[in-house]
Design a protein. Sequence first.
Length: 167
Amino acid sequence: MKIKQRSKKKKHLGKIITLIVLVGIVAAVVYSYYQQEASKGQPWQWITSGPFSINKNQYKLGENIFMIVSGLKPTDVGVIDIVDPAGVTFTKIPFNGTMKSSFKQFFKPETLASLGLCNATDLVGHWNIIFIGVPYKSIPFEIINEYIPGEKGSQGLETVPKGLGKC
């Protein structure tokens, strides 16, 4: 009699263990699915104007801004102006569709005494990429007041001493 009761308990225990394993597998599959769905929105969302694209619309201090230019027409000749939050041209990038129909470019906003960008907080705000000589709309982007890991106080983001340049 005791032997039959033990075998019934073992059968029930086996079913319970199997049920727990199945519930664990289902939970892992559901979790994995939702993680994948959530990460689909995380990759770069290219911001485009004609043949010009940047990899996203918001950057942290110390982060590179990547630009891809592809499909320039031979008539596309001009200059890309990168304009800081104060409305001052940070840098210029010439382009000529007859010489190159595509290229990649990156730049990293940093403190510059000559432009009056005296500390990292001067970089924070809304920037614009303006295309001169072609009819494409400008591409806005924002630099937020957060550093990428390891960049706080690094070269290019340090405070410019007063009296140097426009600071």
